[in-house]
Write a protein that binds this ligand. Structure first.
Ligand SMILES: [Zn+2]
Length: 370
């Protein structure tokens, strides 16, 4: 990563001239703005242990709170790591749960706050994490597996809504798509089935998940998102009271990550472009397919060559399409010329007819006279 981002250091210090979309040349200072990664990778980038938040200094036994804790500081963390590397045992190294990465790749990137770059991850934190792994399992414990299955089975079919005709308890592997399908019907499934506070918690969490996926945000939608978050935290105690949570706290890293959502949307923009779903999809094209094309021994060079060839094919394909399109344009031009020619001929024909008629009229007049 350090090698990859090396050119950004000088560019960030001295600036580079770039042509903007309006055609004007501006002196710009590029920065790293957002970094899409899942929790283990985010912790690796933040140089913190995986039982810590990569964005803030919350202690693991306070993850269940809805409070915002002081954010990690780019400069302070860099200095602590550097001093730890020199064997000075600085304050904060243990408290902040840091790892022995003494010279992280982001250390000297100008104008960058690497912790603010770490974007929320809707797929792992919301769909797979808070919703599927936690909320659904608490509700299943509350209502009973069989009863919940019966609720799913009893739902009438409706266009655009998936009908889980066998319930959900037999599904062993859930994809992101299935989790989203379940979210669409889940409130209807649990409404009226148990304590209203649990239903409120489910509704609040589903609201939050839907707001997080908005493609446009205003202060109002962010406020509604915050309200949904607060409402969930007020109602969540029902899962402890009924013993469905299994523990007497909510110190769950993914639940804590929700605290940073509105802040991230304000600084990075809507989260639809920062979802790990895109990179998960690319993992299939760029890693799985490439690996399958190799003989599975010493596969990195083979995968790289395969990817290079795929890229060449795509580029050649684009070129041929462009050529084909250019041919079409010529053909279009030819067609247009043909049409113009035909129109000209029609005009000429009609003029000939007029001349012929005039000749005939003249002949008739001549016969009449004679
Ligand atoms: Zn945090």
């Amino acid at each position: 990563m350090a090698q990859l981002l090396q050119p950004l250091i000088e560019a960030g210090q001295c600036g580079v001239l770039m042509t903007c979309v309006d055609g004007k040349i501006r002196h710009v200072y590029p920065i790293v703005a957002a970094y899409i990664a899942d929790h283990p990778e985010q912790c690796l980038i933040a140089c913190c242990k995986e039982n810590r938040c990569p964005r803030c200094l919350v202690h693991p036994n306070q993850w269940g709170n809805r409070l915002v804790y002081p954010l990690r500081s780019h400069i302070e963390t860099r200095d602590i790591l550097e001093r730890q590397g020199q064997g000075k045992n600085p304050d904060g190294y243990e408290d902040q749960g840091l790892r022995p990465v003494y010279s992280p790749f982001w250390a000297h990137l100008p104008h960058t706050d690497i912790f603010a770059c770490l974007s929320p991850d809707i797929l792992h934190q919301l769909h797979k994490g808070v919703f599927k792994d936690h909320l659904v399992s608490w509700c299943t414990a509350l209502i009973g597996e069989k009863e919940l299955d019966n609720h799913f089975k009893a739902m009438s079919a409706y266009p655009d809504l998936r009908h889980f005709s066998k319930g959900i308890s037999l599904v062993s592997q859930w994809t992101g798509k299935e989790q989203k399908e379940m979210q669409k019907v889940f409130l209807g499934i649990v409404a009226g089935a148990f304590d209203p506070r649990a239903v409120t918690a489910v509704r609040a969490m589903l609201d939050f998940i839907y707001y997080a996926q908005y493609q446009t945000h205003t202060e109002t939608t962010l406020q509604l998102m915050q309200t949904a978050h607060d409402m969930f935290h007020e109602a969540k105690v029902i899962f402890i009271e009924t013993g469905t949570r299994g523990q007497d706290h909510f110190n769950i890293p993914k639940l804590h990550s929700l605290v940073h959502y509105t802040q991230s949307i304000r600084s990075l923009g809507c989260l639809d472009g920062l979802n790990t779903e895109s990179s998960e999809r690319l993992h299939i094209d760029f890693a799985k397919k490439a690996y399958r094309a190799s003989n599975r021994r010493d596969y990195y060079p083979q995968m790289t060559l395969w990817l290079q060839r795929q890229e060449s094919v795509v580029r050649k394909d684009d070129y041929l399409e462009w050529l084909g399109h250019r041919g079409d344009t010529d053909k279009d031009d030819d067609d247009e010329e043909t049409l113009i020619d035909e129109a000209d001929n029609e005009i000429e024909d009609s003029e000939n007819v007029r001349v012929e008629l005039t000749d005939r009229e003249n002949t008739r007049s001549f016969h009449a006279l004679s």
